[in-house]
Design a binder for this molecule. Sequence first.
Ligand code: 2IT
Length: 450
Amino acid sequence: MNAYVESVIANVKAKHSSEPEFVQTVEEVFSSLSPVVDQHPEYEKADLLNRMTEPERMFTFRVVWTDDEGKVHTNRGWRCQFNGAIGPYKGGIRFQKNVYEGIIKFLGFEQTFKNSLTGLPMGGAKGGSDFDPAGKSDAEVMRFCQSFMTALYRYIGPDCDVPAGDMGVGGREIGYLYGQYRRLKGVFENGVLTGKGLSFGGSLIRPEATGYGAVYYLLEVLKHEGETIEGKRIAISGYGNVGWGIMKKAKELGAKVTYFAGPDGYIHDPEGVNTDEKLNYILEMRAKDPMHCKPYAEKFGCEFVEGQKCWGVKDVDIYMPAATQNDVKMESAEKIAASGVKYYIEVANMPTTNDALNFLRSQKHMIVAPSKAVNAGGVGVSGLEMSQNSERISWSAEEVDAMLKKMMKNIHDVSAEAAERYGFGYDLVAGANIAGFQKVADAMMAQGLF
Ligand code: 2IT
């Protein structure tokens, strides 16, 4: 490994020992950059890599809200404005009990390279709170969102920082957050948030974009291998917004999701989630109780395996982990490699531990694609939402979908090209890291030291 890259990784490990997810992502991204840094000694002179690991700004804030019984709760909120070199800070907000600095920082770092890959002018950011949305009423969520935005609104804006959803933050939360922003600012500045409802500036296809984009990216990988998607069987984890989008697009293109895993176990539906009834049922099931997917098996008479993940099943063609970070560890990776399945397409942010990811990449029979490329269609369509808001227009679903498809093809192609150029062959992981890095690096080098 290049000595400067090695020293930066060592530095991050020493400085961030209490933030393992952040250390993990820096190591994953930067370990692809050795040949690039070898060719660009000016990066070390400008200490570019150490600068890239330090957020431009990160802050916490107090979020106080009252529950329906009048009891007062105090949560912590975060916003990490990681890198603004190529555009306004952009990235989601996550509400989840386990959120802490390390999660927000890792997501903000990933977001910087992901956003760069979209080809749109968006910097990297992430935010969130340790608020647990489970079991909260609409009114409680509203009060929480209003309090969160009251603390945050001075520090964001359409040309400054544009939050969106992530886990625990969907259309309902974005609506409440935007309402409070508008109330406080006294302006209709809807470019401040993406993932909005259609009646106040949301973009068609944004809710489906991450899942659809993942399948469009997959199409390019299959094309590269001389295959098509018809008849392909897919195993996924997660059946949230993203997993659901994959199911829907797969069905449309003649493939099928035959396995999906939730917190309580996994479902095996050999027919696939291939009817509108099944797709709608998943929405209903999730709205009622996001922790259990077993009711699907009861309703449609298929197998449910309690407490297990579907990693290692043999009767599929493609694995797509779409749940959360570090879902696939070494033990699962060994099962995946042994199953003989060729395609491992990451979808959730950092769903694979670094040792597991490197193990899968080293399998000669496998093709591995990284989440920061595969799931970039979500934020990509957020970028298109920003464009529509600033022009005060709305594009049709067909227009947005066509742009998304083109964007995913481009992300695949620039990644493959970057990997080839630096001697990695068809290594989509290294390629995405290099291609995402290059634009941010150029912009930072041009803008002087800070
Ligand atoms: O992880 C992600 O890319 C997101 N949660 C979406 C971010 C965005 O700004 O749309």
